[in-house]
Design a protein. Structure first.
Length: 317
């Protein structure tokens, strides 16, 4: 019996069929890879978006929290300012000096913490406070020297620390004429354009104080410390500066006519273009002083043996 088993050749696929099958397999694999890649891309973008969204939400929350904190802090500072004004008592004599001093220091902290909002306003308040609280010179009717309260001393100290750039004592409503500030610490206090005529500042420490353009006519500054003080264009007509320490002081263009500068220490002071007509400099020390352009007359008294430079103005008579 003849066998009907097909030959091995008939079972082998044709080359064309193999190419078609391989091509189909490659397409299927490509689609699978492309699908997988698209899925991974979508997942990656979704993850990145989620991270960015979380960051944005966190940033927004932080900004809102910061704004809220700033508003709360501003509100607290406003309350502190009101409380400080209340502590000052608005010249209320029933308030103790310690309570008023606390109000002064509270204003100083506010000025330092938020100078944009409170520096000018706070310094003006302190200046006005000193206008009403600074003691005045004794009078024949009441010759007893008045006490200088701790609140007044603290107010001047606060001005020096927090209001150096403000002319707080030059405000129209501030008048320190005939002020009694004997032996008071006034270092670096901003007295620019201040009204201090006939004030008693004997033995006061005014080192590095800004007294430029100040009115000090007839002021008493005997034995005062004015080392490196700024007295540019200050009016010191008839002022008593005897034995004062004026080393390194700027007295340029100051009016010192009729002033008593006897035994004053003017070493390395700047007296350029100052008016020294009728002033008394007997016994004064002028070593290294700048005397360029000074004005004096025949009534000016110089230290023994001192030869001044030519006056910028011919002496009368």
């Amino acid at each position: 019996m003849v066998s009907m088993r097909p030959s091995r050749r008939t079972l082998r696929p044709s080359a064309q069929h193999t190419r078609i099958t391989n091509r189909a397999n490659r397409r299927r694999t490509g689609r699978e890879i492309a699908g997988k890649t698209r899925h991974e891309t979508v997942v990656a973008w979704a993850t990145a978006f989620g991270v960015l969204a979380t960051f944005a939400i966190g940033l927004g929350s932080a900004w809102v929290a910061m704004q809220t904190a700033d508003q709360q802090a501003a509100g607290q500072r406003a309350d502190q300012f009101s409380n400080a004004i209340e502590q000052l008592g608005s010249q209320d004599a029933s308030k103790s000096a310690d309570v008023r001093l606390g109000g002064i220091y509270a204003l100083g902290r506010l000025i330092n913490d938020d100078p944009t909002t409170y520096r000018t306003q706070g310094c003006e308040v302190i200046g006005s406070y000193l206008n009403g609280r600074t003691p005045r010179k004794p009078t024949p009717k009441d010759p007893t020297p008045p006490p200088i309260g701790s609140d007044v001393r603290g107010a001047f100290t606060t001005l020096a620390r927090s209001c150096a750039q403000e002319a707080a004592l030059a405000a129209p409503n501030v008048n320190l004429e005939r002020a009694y500030l004997v032996s008071t610490d006034l270092q670096r206090v901003p007295f620019r354009r201040a009204q201090l005529s006939e004030a008693d500042l004997s033995e006061a420490d005014l080192s590095e104080a800004d007294l430029s353009l100040a009115d000090l006519r007839g002021a008493h500054l005997r034995d005062a410390k004015l080392r490196a003080a700024d007295l540019w264009w200050a009016s010191l007509m008839g002022a008593d500066l005897s034995s004062a320490d004026l080393r390194l002081a700027d007295l340029s263009s100051a009016d010192l006519s009729g002033a008593d500068l006897s035994w004053a220490d003017l070493n390395e002071a700047d007296l350029s273009w100052a008016n020294l007509s009728e002033s008394d400099l007997s016994g004064a020390s002028l070593r290294g002083a700048n005397l360029k352009g000074i004005v004096y007359d025949s009534e000016t008294i110089w230290p023994s043996g001192f030869t001044p430079p030519p006056t910028a103005q011919a002496p009368s008579g």
